[in-house]
Design a protein around this ligand. Structure first.
Ligand SMILES: Nc1nc2c(ncn2[C@@H]2O[C@H](COP(=O)(O)OP(=O)(O)OP(=O)(O)O)[C@@H](O)[C@H]2O)c(=O)[nH]1
Length: 158
């Protein structure tokens, strides 16, 4: 099976943002937990992402960085969770300065999901699932319950 995984790290807007979003299949959106402005930007980017990518399925990860700076935290973990639920992305809080393991686990998790999506997309046409079915399958994998309650996806704070 021939698979190519694209990973794009969007942090600051550049002139080619829309171009990147068009070809990307997996996205990492990073904000700093001690910077309200970066969280606003993350929300904006997630909105643009869903506008440009839907109805195709894509994989995204919302990453709250600098969690070691708890004393000057401006964004609580629930706000991050809430935003990730709104856009159906994975969510982790990490500290790149303290420990790379959390960042590494978050990326591995994103790639695992991207790989599952690739696998579903590669199914023969007749067996191919629609976007809703793909979401349902991923919901089952990541713990959404059948009644559609907005259960938090697993997340990690290291
Ligand atoms: N305390 C702390 N500092 C961090 C963390 N990650 C990055 N930094 C520091 O934040 C500063 C900016 O990091 P960069 O990698 O340059 O990121 P940037 O996007 O260019 O800058 P910022 O918008 O300031 O975050 C540097 O001094 C980093 O060492 C973290 O998890 N915790």
């Amino acid at each position: 099976m021939k698979c190519i995984y694209f990973l794009l790290m969007i942090y600051k807007k550049d002139g080619c943002l829309y171009e990147h979003i068009r070809w990307g299949e997996a996205f990492v959106i990073v904000y700093s937990v001690n910077d309200r402005h970066s969280f606003r930007e993350a929300r904006e980017l997630l909105g643009q992402l869903s506008k440009l990518k839907l109805p195709s399925y894509y994989t995204s990860l919302l990453l709250g960085n600098k969690r070691d700076l708890d004393h000057c935290r401006q964004i609580c973990v629930d706000d991050g969770h809430e935003l990730s639920l709104q856009y159906g992305c994975q969510f982790y809080e990490v500290s790149a300065a303290e420990n790379f393991a959390g960042v590494s686990l978050a990326f591995q998790s994103l790639l695992r999901e991207a790989k599952s999506v690739q696998l579903l997309k590669s199914l023969p046409i007749r067996r191919k699932l629609g976007v809703n079915s793909v979401s349902k399958v991923l919901g089952n994998i990541f713990g959404k319950n059948s009644k559609g309650d907005r259960k938090k996806r697993p997340s990690l704070s290291i």
